[in-house]
Design a protein around this ligand. Structure first.
Ligand SMILES: [Fe+2]
Ligand SMILES: [Fe+2]
Length: 308
């Protein structure tokens, strides 16, 4: 059983679908995609987080514009530097492989899928390119599946996280097979029983969680705009609100996926961090006893500890 005081051994910020457009343009005439990315990064910095990696699961540039990548890369990399993180880029159907390779990875332009392995200590991050140039649906080719199978043949000390743009799952909100990942059973055959502990994806522009071949699958919403989940079947409604990213905390036996809104909201209450540190230093029995007190007594009890 997990120790409630255990701290995560690895921490990944999972962003998706930034959809940057030309400088000065607004997506759908309304959304400042750069500002949304900046808002998310500002919150990470304000929280004094120290993630091991910032991982972006694709649709980074809305139409694959070079200038979009040239603005996004320094924005993300500068924040990553301040947070002590590395950056992991994943292709999406709105991205262009040649621009992606040359402008984000400093590689020769190529239309080959961008499949990579990254290591955070003993935690392996496998990046799988689910895109098909010129189309919006997803495919994993037989060659990619063979590569993935051979990579997974050697387990990683801390297990593996698989990141791809198209989530391998049915879409319960938008029945739109034209943009989904095809032949999902082939991927399931490769990953089932492997050391993959979590699959991270994007593409849907709403947050959702399920399992795939017995593995947790976490879909991060978009930073640009959100697709609502309440429209009548067949309808799609994108809204300028509720944008979010995910925080992925890796523990010895669990991976926890937490949704973090991109924007801030009016404060209802605030607990002083110093008091919380004192409170957290109490034994579990003491914490339970304090929480049973009326709230005014709680604070004075914990404050009194500070005086000791
Ligand atoms: Fe997208
Ligand atoms: Fe997409």
């Amino acid at each position: 059983m997990t120790d409630p005081n255990e701290r995560p051994s690895r921490f990944i910020v999972h962003m998706s679908d930034t959809h940057l457009v030309a400088a000065g343009d607004l997506l759908y005439g309304k959304v400042d995609c750069d500002a949304n990315v900046a808002a998310a990064l500002a919150q990470l910095e304000a929280a004094q987080f120290r993630p091991d990696a910032i991982l972006l699961t694709g649709d980074l540039a809305d139409t694959g514009l070079a200038e979009a990548y040239l603005r996004l890369r320094p924005q993300i990399e500068a924040a990553a530097e301040r947070l002590g993180s590395r950056v992991i880029w994943v292709m999406g159907n709105h991205d262009k492989r040649d621009q992606f390779r040359s402008l984000l990875l400093d590689q020769e332009p190529s239309d080959e899928p961008v499949d990579e392995v990254h290591w955070i200590g003993g935690l392996r991050i496998i990046v799988l390119d689910s895109t098909v140039p010129g189309y919006h649906h997803g495919e994993i080719t037989d060659a990619q599946l063979a590569w993935l199978r051979s990579e997974l043949a050697t387990p990683a000390a801390e297990g593996t996280i698989l990141a791809l743009h198209h989530p391998p799952m049915p879409d319960p909100v938008y029945v739109n097979v034209g943009i989904e990942l095809q032949d999902q059973h082939k991927l399931a055959d490769v990953v089932r029983g492997s050391d993959i502990r979590s699959i991270l994806a994007g593409h849907l522009h709403y947050s959702t969680n399920t399992t795939f071949a017995g593995i947790p699958l976490s879909v991060a919403s978009a930073t640009c705009y959100t697709n609502t989940v309440t429209e009548p079947e067949g309808s799609t409604l994108g809204v300028d609100g509720a944008q979010s990213i995910n925080l992925v905390h890796v523990y010895e036996e669990q991976v926890v996926h937490t949704i973090m809104p991109v924007h801030t909201f009016p404060t209802l209450y605030e607990t002083n961090g110093d008091l919380m540190r004192l409170f957290n230093a109490l034994t579990v029995e003491q914490q339970v006893a304090v929480l049973a007190m009326p709230i005014t007594e709680r604070m004075s009890y914990v404050s009194a500890l500070r005086a000791d």
